[in-house]
Design a protein. Structure first.
Length: 388
């Protein structure tokens, strides 16, 4: 796409969903470093997300995580989101922090534990009904640590049974997004370890089940853009959990560790129609900001995704196709590298100005005084959930 106004229109319409847990305190198993001014409840997490949206103009949706964001009154939470100009995004289930789930949740050998886990997933669909959320995001920590610990295929049967029950409960405008992860916390087998497993379950379930690609959940060296191209071609790419990593599930800011990889992913998204709203790909962030200030880190992540998207949109598709057809490997690669090496910050500054925003959202947020205000107003902020 080389028409600048079309590129700008595409950038304005891209929605990046931010995670409620990205605004809370988080850390590693070694230490959680608390920061002043972090939210004390889900309402304050929404207020922080609204800051990101106010400065970037492209982040009106917030993912919630249950029970981290459990409230008495979801209608009140939804109304508050609307007052802030936000919508509730994906509801993330959590079947990995309860004592009962030590040996698994929906794949646990004991049917009573499986019932409890499936009931939680059904509760998440109730919350979708109450908040207007379109997406149920499922990630299972289920797996085993030792050879022989449990029946690998039997666990797939149990998983399929639970997924089918939850799928049946979904409304017409609701989707199930199944996330995979190679390992951790399970170290020998994981029940949904890769995109193929997720895809196979989603295919059996039906059109409302799609795969989530969390960019931090693969073996080192995995070609994520291939997975993206394949899933888009099959109509099975439901969402991204963007973050970046140097080693494993590091949950660092998207585009921080490997901006070139993010560009390659966004190239496949653009090339295969994934930016069009009818494809329904949800561009979510899934990150934890352990040592950096949270709202600015989310703003930086959003702009990093926008920069990768802008570069992908600038690829000269005609020149690329011609080079590919003629077998000119170096010319084809050159077309991609030209786009990647373009400084798109002025283009994005222009897009923001056209939206009535400051050209540099990061600087504008720091100058707004919000950080000082929340630090003074909020005492005793929450952990994101991991350390809780
Ligand atoms: C698991 C995961 C999943 C969870 C989130 C907090 O590692 O990526 O998406 O819901 O982290
Ligand atoms: Mn994730
Ligand atoms: Mn993760």
């Amino acid at each position: 796409m080389s028409d600048v106004s079309a590129v700008k229109a595409a950038l304005k319409s891209q929605v990046i969903e931010t995670p409620s847990w990205g605004y809370g305190n988080s850390g590693t198993r070694f230490k959680v470093f608390a920061q002043p001014g972090v939210p004390r409840n889900p309402f304050e997490k929404l207020a922080d997300a609204a800051q990101v949206h106010a400065h970037t103009g492209v982040a009106p949706k917030v993912s919630l995580h249950i029970p981290w964001d459990r409230v008495e009154d979801y209608t009140a939470l939804t109304r508050y989101a609307e007052e802030l100009g936000l919508r509730v995004g994906a509801i993330n289930s959590n079947v990995f922090q309860d004592e009962d789930f030590k040996l698994g949740s929906v794949t646990h050998p004991d049917p009573k534990v499986r019932r409890k886990a499936t009931d939680h997933l059904l509760e998440c669909v109730d919350i979708m009904d109450a908040t207007g959320s379109p997406d149920l995001k499922l990630w299972f920590s289920d797996g085993t640590n030792y050879p022989g610990q449990d029946d690998i295929a039997g666990r797939q049967d149990r998983l399929a049974e639970a997924l089918a029950e939850v799928y049946e409960r979904l409304g017409d405008d609701q989707r199930m997004l199944l996330e995979y992860k190679l390992f951790e916390p399970a170290f020998y087998t994981t029940d949904v370890p890769d995109w193929g497993t997720s895809y196979a379950h989603c295919l059996k379930l039906g059109p409302k089940a799609q795969v989530v690609v969390d960019t931090g959940h693969h073996a080192p060296g995995t070609n994520i853009e291939f997975i993206v191209a394949f899933l888009l071609r099959e109509g099975k790419l439901g969402a991204f959990d963007f973050n970046s990593r140097f080693y494993a599930d590091d949950d660092l800011m998207a585009g921080a560790a490997d901006p070139f990889q993010l560009f390659r992913i966004m190239h496949e998204v653009v090339k295969n129609g994934g930016l069009k709203s009818e494809t329904g790909v949800n561009f979510m962030l899934d990150q934890c900001h352990n040592i950096e200030a949270k709202i600015p880190a989310v703003i930086r992540s959003v702009t990093n995704v926008q920069e990768a998207t802008a570069k992908a949109l600038l690829i000269d598709a005609e020149a690329l196709a011609a080079a590919q057809l003629s077998g000119d490997v170096l010319a084809a690669n050159g077309v991609l590298m030209d786009a990647f090496n373009t400084d798109v910050r002025p283009l994005l500054a222009g897009v923001r100005e056209e939206l009535g925003l400051a050209p540099d959202p990061f600087a504008a947020y720091l100058a707004s005084g919000n950080q000082e205000r929340i630090a003074a107003d909020r005492v005793g902020g929450e952990q994101a959930g991991w350390g809780a």
